[in-house]
Design a protein around this ligand. Structure first.
Ligand code: MV4
Length: 502
């Protein structure tokens, strides 16, 4: 087992990985940019190394800087988190050359799944269902294929992804114009006007299956996550199990088996996620595979009791999983709300700045994976994710109640957040009924942003901020009453320990 692991990331995921390393008795190495000198992950790691200026492309994305920090710290392995270099095959190869273990998949699996069209071909060979469609050479072939698969159809740029370069065509009459526009947009955006056509899945759900594979071929799935609540292809809220009426134990077992097959087809190792599109009738199709740990992994941990980071570290150290599919059981319901420093009143523009007051929720069934602390700076250089608020409860109805309660306890002052949006979302009847699809937020955004919901949430937060201020006044009063010697700022043991480390 490794005695020291470098976490090549920042924010909440770096803190989260450091926590599991500590539980395993493994020393953690943080890396930080100039903007992250006082960041929580730096304070919590056993040691920390600077890797450059604030912009990611000059720090967290610089392979040589990360390798150099491994050399200086003596770290024998690297956990990449998500984003940054986590799916970068060149990084995986550079670590291999430096005799440092990547806690993640082999570079070959990253490459096999990285190019969407080759991934699609590989999946078809492996008997994984993909959306009916084809790459097309010209307008004549397009109209033949479109007629074959039936309207509506979706035109997609081969060089695209994440929803960019997609165009829905409802009927044959709109096809030619749609094709020309799709091609010119693809050329402009990706420098490649290759377009392919698929049957459009109407009102789809975005269902992803968590997989875990060791080095010896043992591959299991850890059930599904419903990620359909997205705003402009950015996930906002995720839950497990999916509330879809099409969910049956048999269908989940089938989707899980398909995900395991997809992983085995590319020799996958470590934690990975197979993304599926599920139609209202329950039919499902491979979209892509994410060769990294995902932001929303905690809800899978909450229903299975499995620590995915711990399993990744064990697998990277050459240990077998030690259990088979039949041993993986899930219980209850979990929801994750992504708490962003974004202002719903300004069309979700980032709201960087200093967090003046921070009171995070806790209590039964609440987990808040955070990279923030009261007084920290939310930087404009990075993704404005403050934390992921997760709840677990025996049923979905109770999980929704619990999430509402947790959100109402969450007090942030000094920056704006999307907390009011989450509160409004959890009151939306279509969400509560579980009858939603990827178009949910687009359909309800206006009502979700109305003052009523936000006003209610703001009221709760104002109240919370007042309470927080009262606490601080009380602390100040207590301190003032103390003898002069200890008049400095109240030093919590944690803070003293953290400062001592710097
Ligand atoms: C689709 C689709 C419907 N039919 N393909 C969007 C991102 C990219 N990964 C694939 N996406 C879609 N592909 C067919 N044939 C609907 C979407 C889609 C979507 C998919 C998953 C999550 C959110 C989405 C939001 C809008 C559209």
């Amino acid at each position: 087992m490794f005695d020291k692991v470098l976490v090549a990331n920042r924010g909440e995921i770096a803190v989260r990985v450091i926590r599991t390393l500590r539980e395993m008795g493994i020393r953690s190495v943080a890396v930080y940019s100039d903007a992250d000198r006082a960041a929580l992950h730096v304070r919590m790691a056993d040691e920390a190394w600077p890797i450059g200026p604030a912009p990611s492309r000059e720090s967290y994305l610089v392979i040589d800087r990360i390798i150099d920090a491994c050399r200086k710290s003596g770290a024998r392995a690297v956990h990449p988190g998500y984003g940054f270099l986590s799916e970068n095959a060149a990084f995986a190869r550079a670590l291999e050359a430096a005799d440092v273990t990547l806690i993640g998949p082999p570079a070959s699996a990253m490459e096999a799944m990285g190019y969407k069209t080759t991934a699609r071909a590989r999946m078809m060979e492996a008997g994984v269902p993909v959306v009916p469609g084809a790459t097309i050479a010209d307008a004549r072939e397009l109209s033949r294929v479109a007629a074959e698969i039936g309207y509506p159809v979706m035109l997609k740029a081969a060089g695209g992804g994440g929803g960019k370069g997609m165009r829905l065509v409802e009927s044959a009459a709109d096809l030619a114009a749609g094709y020309e526009r799709a091609r010119s947009e693809a050329m402009k955006a990706f420098g490649d006007d290759t377009v392919y056509v698929e049957k459009a899945i109407v009102r789809p759900r975005h269902i992803e299956i968590q997989v875990l594979a060791d080095r010896y071929g043992e591959t299991v799935h850890l059930f599904e996550r419903d990620c359909s609540i997205q705003r402009r292809h950015q996930k906002v809220l995720e839950e497990t199990p999916t509330p879809s009426p099409a969910r049956t134990p048999e269908r989940i077992a089938e989707m899980g088996a398909v995900a395991v097959r997809a992983a085995k087809a590319v020799g996958y190792v470590s934690a990975g996620t197979v993304e599926l599109l599920m139609a209202e009738d329950g039919s499902f199709y491979f979209l892509e595979m994410n060769t990294r740990l995902q932001v929303e992994h905690p809800i899978t941990e909450l229903i299975t009791g499995i620590d995915l980071v711990r399993e990744q570290v064990r697998i990277a150290a050459g240990e077998p999983l030690g259990y088979a599919q039949g041993d993986v059981v899930a219980r209850g319901h979990a929801i994750q709300c992504r708490v962003y420093a974004e202002d719903p009143a300004t069309n979700f523009l980032p709201s960087p700045g200093r967090i003046e007051v921070l009171r995070t929720p806790s209590g039964p069934g609440v987990r808040d994976d955070s990279g923030a602390y009261e007084g920290c700076e939310i930087s404009s250089y990075y993704d404005p994710l403050v934390s992921k608020l997760c709840v677990w409860a025996p049923t979905r109805a109770q999980a929704i109640e619990r999430m509402r309660r947790a959100l109402s306890e969450y007090v942030v002052a000094g920056i704006e957040t999307n907390l009011p949006f989450h509160l409004a979302l959890l009151r939306e009847p279509e969400f509560v009924a579980g009858d939603y699809d990827t178009g949910f937020i687009a359909r309800h955004e206006a009502t979700l942003l109305t003052r009523g919901h936000a006003g209610e949430a703001r009221h709760a937060m104002t109240l919370g901020a007042a309470i927080a201020q009262a606490y601080r006044d009380h602390d100040d009063a207590k301190r003032a009453a103390r003898p002069a010697a200890s008049n400095g700022p109240a030093m919590s043991p944690w803070r003293m320990a953290a400062l001592a480390k710097l």
